[in-house]
Design a binder for this molecule. Structure first.
Ligand code: ACO
Length: 329
């Protein structure tokens, strides 16, 4: 670890759609029950975009809060990274739409696609920009609006996801604070465990693709689950080792919010107390790239996450991708 590598998270913000969809609402849509969803996933309700709400709109709301808390104007941002698998549209990037909404006219802007690991991939890229001196301030947003690409006839998937956005401003912190280590991984041979078959260039939208419901998420839940429980623990251990720490040094774990059983398994294997592990899946479901920045923002607001805490961040998602980071808050 290099002691001068002090890029880290300066501030956080979040934005959630107004619309709530409870498990009881879902009972009216598919053959499921509140009892099943709570027992198997920990989810009780999720937020869903309605009306004019968009990914870029949620991103702008979350980003404005993070910028204000950082005491920065949009013009001071050098790079905008938007981690998402649900851009407003294929072209241009949601990052460019966000740049325009914020008036961040000095920034370069791009989207980053890494499934639910997108926010951590963005953190990994962002801190390297800053530590190399290529950027001073970076706006990193994790936003996903999965509700339009979830098949509301498929009980295996539609109960799991929710929409939301979380934003952070990255910049240099004083020595000793910041991201101490991060490492990202992917295994493209597992791409077919979680994917959307149509809508890309190999299978553009046709009447047939729509009739076959090929524009919706397909997932092999059991295989993703088995994969997740392994990598959630192993990747945290690896980044801890990179900065000379062990799980016993962690004050807080901020895991991806995909399934409470996966989170509890990781918590147990890392020998952490439940109160050290940030959880909000019961209120929002799996918000993909937004999950970690939103849970961090809530922990800061609630006073659970304080300056000086050693925090582990870990996620997995479509790709398959996974990754972890250790930050001295
Ligand atoms: N309501 C009621 N019953 C259901 C539902 C539902 N919503 N969904 C599935 N079932 C049924 C199944 O049909 C099956 O019935 P059967 O035994 O008669 O065949 C039974 O429940 C058990 O199904 P399993 O798939 O074995 O259930 P499991 O305990 O594995 O839970 C779940 C399923 C919740 C999907 C779990 O596997 C999981 O969370 N996997 C990880 C998914 C994940 O994290 N995805 C996100 C990745 S991140 C990203 O990039 C977006």
């Amino acid at each position: 670890m290099n002691k001068t590598n002090t890029a880290g998270i300066i501030s956080t913000g979040k934005a959630l759609p107004v619309g709530k969809l409870t498990n009881f609402d879902l009972e009216k849509i598919v053959d499921t029950s509140d009892e099943w969803i709570k027992a198997r996933t920990g989810i009780e309700e999720r937020r869903i975009i309605t009306g004019n709400e968009t990914a870029s709109g949620l991103a702008a709301r979350a980003a404005s809060i993070a910028l204000e808390r950082a005491g920065l104007s949009p013009a001071e941002i050098d790079v905008i990274i938007v981690a998402t698998v649900t851009p407003d549209q294929t072209l241009p990037s949601t990052a460019c739409l966000l740049q325009d909404k914020l008036g961040a006219f000095n920034a370069s802007a791009f989207d980053l696609v890494a499934g639910c690991t997108g926010f951590l991939y963005g953190l990994d890229v962002g801190i390297r920009y800053i530590n190399s001196g290529a950027a001073r301030y970076i706006l990193l947003v994790g936003v996903d609006t999965l509700s339009p690409i979830v098949d509301w006839q498929d009980r295996n998937t539609c109960v799991l996801f929710g929409d939301g956005a979380g934003a952070v401003v990255l910049g240099k912190l004083e020595e000793g604070r910041g991201v101490l280590a991060s490492k990202m991984y992917s295994d493209g041979s597992k791409a077919n465990l979680l994917y959307v078959p149509a809508g890309g260039s190999t299978r553009p939208a046709t009447r047939q693709s729509v009739e076959e419901r090929a524009h919706y998420i397909k997932m092999n839940g059991q295989e993703v689950f088995k994969f997740a429980v392994t990598v959630m623990v192993d990747s945290v251990q690896e980044v801890l080792a990179l900065c000379g720490k062990t799980a016993a040094d962690l004050d807080i774990l901020a895991p991806h919010q995909a399934n409470l059983r996966i989170i509890n398994f990781a918590c147990k294997r890392l020998k952490m107390q439940p109160e050290q592990v940030l959880v909000n899946i019961h209120r929002y479901g799996n918000m993909s790239s937004a999950a970690i920045p939103v849970v961090l923002d809530e922990a800061v607001e609630e006073g659970k996450l304080k300056v000086g805490h050693l925090v582990g961040l870990v996620s997995f998602g479509a790709g398959l991708t996974w990754g972890a980071a250790i930050a001295q808050w």
